[in-house]
Design a protein around this ligand. Structure first.
Ligand code: UDP
Ligand code: MG
Length: 315
């Protein structure tokens, strides 16, 4: 019998955890031929999420958990879960029941058909603020235009993978992880299944507008260096335009004599060029900052407690 590890990142999910566990257990019990295990990753929750997880683990043999020493963010939690997973298959799933466990059966079917991975894609963004959907759409357009990896619009971190793919993912050493990109980057064939957005059962989404903006910049910088080239291109265009303008000025001065220089145009040009320079420096800074953070080689997470016999080793 094949084993499937369900990796569940949890951050302050006391409101949904028990419901998630009972509902998901019920659903997977109806899927024959597979042994399901839960790997809860408590991402430094400040409510009683960890106590609830301990309680579940004490009652069920198929429940494992890792608890972080602080909040290391969902990317780290997913990594820790994947790293600890030893099953033939592993699936990452949210604790708030926004990822319907009913899809697990379809995902298993896809893997049986020979796919290496099966991932869910939201086809509607109902129940989500309008502005957030607009930003999200824009983000996918931008990142796909710029980078080689194709990040599917509406893709969520709900995915089942074979052992081989899990190993490929955890072998990527970067500390600042952007899983949506990593899943695509490692390749393998993925089947996409669609589902309608479901509202979370309890609690609130941990994403604020600014954290999403940061996430988007992380995603772009992690998978493409195109913005750096953009600075070069902008510089070249401006230099070229300035050169043309220079010739125009020389010609008009020679032909029509000296004209009074315009104050407005000078200021506008100055501000424009200044702006482009600062923007380019900012872009370089974004990459530099990430290089700096990567070179520190800090662990992706620090575990404080776990019920795995052997503590999942970092790297
Ligand atoms: N999560 C986490 N660490 C964080 C934030 C979120 O492990 O710092 C978990 C959270 O408990 C949930 C999943 O990641 O299981 C998705 O989080 P959320 O529902 O807030 O995101 P959304 O569904 O709004 O994208
Ligand atoms: Mg959610």
């Amino acid at each position: 019998m094949k084993t499937v590890d369900l990796i569940v990142p949890c951050y302050n999910e006391s409101g949904s955890l028990l419901l998630f566990f009972s509902h998901t257990s019920e659903v997977v019990a109806g899927i024959p031929g597979y042994d399901f295990r839960f790997i809860f990753v408590d991402d430094g929750s400040t409510d009683n999420t960890l106590e609830l997880i301990r309680g579940i683990a004490a009652e069920h043999d198929n429940v494992h958990y890792i608890s972080f020493s602080r909040n290391f963010k969902k990317e780290a939690a997913m990594y820790a879960g994947l790293k600890a997973s030893t099953g033939d298959l592993a699936a990452v799933i949210d604790a708030d029941l926004q990822h319907p466990p009913e899809l697990l059966a379809d995902m298993l079917k896809a893997i049986e058909e020979g796919y290496d991975s099966c991932s869910a894609r939201r086809v509607s963004r109902e129940g989500e603020p309008k502005i957030r959907s607009i930003w999200a759409r824009m983000f996918y357009k931008i990142i796909n235009r710029m980078s080689e990896v194709e990040i599917v619009d509406g893709a969520v971190d709900y995915r089942m993978m074979t052992r081989q793919m899990v190993q490929a993912i955890v072998s990527l050493p970067e500390v600042q992880r952007f899983s949506k990109g990593i899943f695509c980057w490692v390749g393998f064939n993925t089947k996409w299944i669609e589902f309608k957005n479901v509202e979370r059962i309890a609690g609130e989404s941990k994403w604020s507008f600014w954290s999403l903006v940061r996430y988007a910049i992380d995603g772009i910088t992690a998978f493409t260096t195109f913005p750096l080239r953009l600075a070069t291109i902008a510089g070249a265009c401006i230099s070229f335009a300035a050169f043309i303008y220079l010739i125009v000025i020389i010609c008009t001065t020679l032909i029509f004599g000296k004209d009074t220089p315009g104050y407005a145009s000078t200021i506008v040009l100055l501000l424009f060029i200044g702006g482009v320079i600062i923007l380019s420096l900012g872009i370089i800074g974004e990459y530099l900052a990430r290089m700096y953070m990567e070179t520190k080689r800090r662990p992706i997470f620090i575990a404080r407690e776990t019920n795995f016999e052997k503590e999942p080793k970092e790297k």
